[in-house]
Write a protein that binds this ligand. Sequence first.
Ligand SMILES: Cc1cc2nc3c(=O)[nH]c(=O)nc-3n(C[C@H](O)[C@H](O)[C@H](O)COP(=O)(O)OP(=O)(O)OC[C@H]3O[C@@H](n4cnc5c(N)ncnc54)[C@H](O)[C@@H]3O)c2cc1C
Length: 388
Amino acid sequence: MTGDDTLDRMLRCAPAPAERVVDEFRARAADVADKTAGDDFRARWRALAELGVLRRTGGGPDGPGPATRGLAAIEGIGLAGTDPGLCYALTSQLFGMQHPLHAALSEPGRDLTEPVEDGRTLLCHALTEREGGSDPLSMATRAERDGDGYVLTGAKTFVTAAPVADLAIVFARTAPGRTPFALTAFLVPVDTPGVARGETFGKTALRSAPMGELLFDGARLPATAVIGQEGSGLGVMTATTAWERALILGYALGPMRLLLERTVRWAREREHFGRRMGASHQVAARTSDMAMALHRSRIQLYALAAALDAGTGARGLAAEAALTKISVSEDYLRMTEHATALAGVRAFLPDTDLTADPLSPLAALTYAGPNDLLRVGVARRLGLPVEN
Ligand SMILES: Cc1cc2nc3c(=O)[nH]c(=O)nc-3n(C[C@H](O)[C@H](O)[C@H](O)COP(=O)(O)OP(=O)(O)OC[C@H]3O[C@@H](n4cnc5c(N)ncnc54)[C@H](O)[C@@H]3O)c2cc1C
């Protein structure tokens, strides 16, 4: 048995039906990546969505449940070399929006989001404001009652896909103060009069995922734009963030595996000090640590997907979701650090086989809830008297 076979067997720690979906999407997405290489973001998004990546259904009678199937499809397209920024944005929409929101949408909302699964319509999750990210109750964007609808005023910033999205899930204040019922979530078509796209931000991490701002200048919304009911915004946010924290790092499984494979190849082949580089115990230990990080990340993510498929509500899994988000993001960062160290100078040259991207894993410490704050939340659930 070769080293490649051993690596493959060792890392096949997800349930067999999920592994089959990973293999299927890896094969199908390879072709798409080649054909759409020069296309714009939306065209590449659409091509991957047409493969079924954004489907919210399971894999049939003997197949995995919907969350596991989605996770495996995302891992498969990542393994096919899909650009990580695109992969991240697809994962964020599938798990941070489509899954948690479906049940809470009104009939018109369901009609509007129907073309999301095949990529014709694109969503964004507009929560953060210039002055505040991790403290939602400090938000200034407000929706005021007006007749049978609302008038929306304010701005949402640093929103993934805002420059290209058709529909925004917007969180706004419908009551003053920091009470749990002060916020409401709305489904807002971006072409609504009074809604405009603001600044676009060129990021240093996940560069290809567009990020921007949405501006609301007295935009009139019908009452059916409310997701859930007035005052339930914090509850909606708890559901979207729990789902997102649980599975967003699924996007990294493909890039993590590719990083491990290229590092193993490099350590096997590179000659220095009169021997192959992998003959050094320190190099070997770094490589094993990388395999260990990927192994436990896969186990954690697929375990959470299985719990969601078994019917455990995302809110009931909030602590596990936070632990998984912290663990996988920090494992991704540590793997990148090992790969960077072992690549030497080549890590810092653009467009080599060993070029490093430490900023994308570093960004994972911030989005979907900064890890520092998630740690505080986990400790509070353990009974520590700690507050944010
Ligand atoms: C790649 C990427 C994609 C994003 N996509 C979206 C999106 O689609 N929609 C959206 O709404 N937002 C998005 N964001 C924004 C993201 O949600 C915010 O960056 C995040 O909520 C943190 O807010 P902040 O940046 O204002 O950091 P701050 O709230 O200023 O916090 C910065 C740091 O301060 C420390 N800190 C602050 N307060 C505490 C405390 N009480 N306890 C412990 N530590 C503390 C932590 O280390 C924290 O990381 C994205 C961000 C990134 C990087």
